[in-house]
Write a protein that binds this ligand. Structure first.
Ligand code: PMT
Length: 419
């Protein structure tokens, strides 16, 4: 139904913007030509690079940038669109559109287009239910805009209620129904309205699942004031824990020392050494459905830790190191069929070969391979460059993206493994 259709995807600044990476990918897989407009707010949640790679087209982020192709930019996008989809649509964009304000590329496009406009509001339930927002939605519907009702569920603000953006698969279905000529294109195939079908049919909702995430580096003591550590900040693991919580999972985060605040709604345990991490992880493992080990665990610890601060009397100091337990490998040996085990591999060379070796040796379902020799990837940066290796031998390569975006993609792939 979507083959050859030109879809202008307007993304505004809400947490659900992360879903647009998946949405654009699905639309493209269906054969649609996807043109993305990111508002300024949206760029806080999703990057232009990611959307360009996924959509295969230049991404419009401003009205004032250099124009590379007049066929797809400025008012041309309004003319070119077979359909405009705004997802997520914030209260702000709805208010602006209802008032006819055109102060950025997206609002200019929707004012100028004659194509049908679908909008998927996503926001805190109080904002959604506020009479001002409801009045704006009614105004837009009266002008022929198609509302895709938000779903009920766990919201990023920590509450539950109406305001979740429907999952990408549902949005694709709405557009398919529209192009198939389904009468009231916001009805699903079985005739239920969208908000009735959202809760149980989403691709990656994690409601009811227990997930354990490890993050940051362990510290192995040398004496009371010194330790052996590594450069892991915890950003990757914390992003996964936060994303899983926002998808409704019951999350336990076991973390080495980190400057980050534990995400809201997550059961948190701070540890220092590999052996402390191992104890907590092993205690919780039997009750878990999913374990994702993003922590950088020290492979060795000091054999004889000094009780007192070591004095610098000698020109040389020799520390004897002994091997730490491999926590992930032990979990791989204990794993039950219903459990999904995901590891990370931080490599500076032979990325795929070493990652594949770890996937097999540690009996994992998936391994996230990151080439930590690349700038903006790996330790202590906000972005990462990863490849996902699964047991069926498949390898998925992802472009450079923020760790927050990648967290949702990793969880989406985990959920697909469990289907
Ligand atoms: O925290 P950030 O600054 O955001 O950086 C993120 C990261 C680079 C640390 C993260 O993306 C990452 O790659 N984490 C794994 C780092 C690592 O220790 O890789 P490894 O190849 O040495 O270990 C492979 C896997 O076995 C990992 O899942 C690790 O948690 C686990 N392991 C390793 C050793 C050990 N003794 N026990 C383990 O469980």
């Amino acid at each position: 139904m979507l083959n050859g259709k030109k879809i202008v995807l307007g993304v505004t600044g809400g947490i659900a913007a992360y879903k647009c990476v998946d949405l654009a990918s699905r639309l493209r897989k269906q054969g649609a030509e996807v043109h993305v407009i990111l508002t300024r707010g949206a760029q806080n949640f999703v990057t232009e690079t990611a959307m360009r790679e996924i959509s295969g087209n230049p991404v419009v982020t401003s009205m004032w940038g250099e124009i590379h192709n007049y066929d797809v930019e400025h008012i041309a996008l309004a003319n070119l669109a077979d359909v405009v989809l705004i997802a997520p649509a914030t209260a702000n964009v709805l208010a602006k559109a209802a008032a006819g304000i055109a102060d950025d590329m997206l609002t200019t496009t929707v004012l100028a287009t004659r194509a049908p406009i679908f909008f998927a509001p996503a926001m805190n339930s109080n904002m959604y239910e506020n009479p001002v927002t409801q009045q704006n939605i009614t105004t837009l519907q009266q002008r022929g805009w198609q509302l895709i009702e938000p779903a009920n569920g766990h919201l990023a603000c920590g509450t539950s209620g109406i305001g979740r953006m429907p999952e990408p698969a549902e949005l694709v279905e709405v557009l398919e129904n529209y192009f198939a000529g389904a009468d009231d294109s916001v009805e699903s195939a079985d005739g239920n309205t969208m908000d009735n079908t959202m809760d149980n049919t989403t691709d990656n909702t994690m409601q009811g699942l227990k997930i354990l995430v490890t993050a940051a580096g362990t510290r192995e003591p040398i004496d009371p004031v010194r330790y052996i550590g590594n450069r892991s900040s915890g950003k990757m693991g914390y992003a996964i824990a936060e994303a899983a919580a926002s998808l409704g999972a019951e999350v336990t985060l076991v973390s080495g020392p980190s400057a980050l605040q534990p995400p809201a709604g997550v059961e948190f345990f701070g540890v220092e050494s590999a052996r402390e991490m191992r104890q907590l992880v092993q205690e919780r493992f039997p009750a878990c459905d999913i374990v994702i080990k993003a922590a950088a665990v020290a492979d060795y610890r000091v054999k004889n830790v000094s009780d007192q601060k070591i004095k610098k009397n000698d020109a040389e100091l020799t520390l004897v190191l002994e091997k730490n337990p491999d926590i992930l490998k032990e979990l791989g040996e204990m794993k039950k069929p219903h459990q999904t085990l995901v590891g990370f591999a931080a490599e500076t060379q032979n990325l795929l070969q070493y990652a594949k070796g770890k996937l097999e040796k540690k009996n994992l379902d998936m391994i996230v391979a990151n080439d930590v020799s690349k700038p903006q990837a790996g330790f202590n940066v906000d972005t990462n460059l990863i490849k996902l290796l699964k047991r069926d031998g498949s390898i998925e390569e992802l472009p450079l993206m923020s760790k927050k975006e990648l967290a949702y993609i990793i969880l989406d792939r985990v959920m697909k493994l469990r289907m």
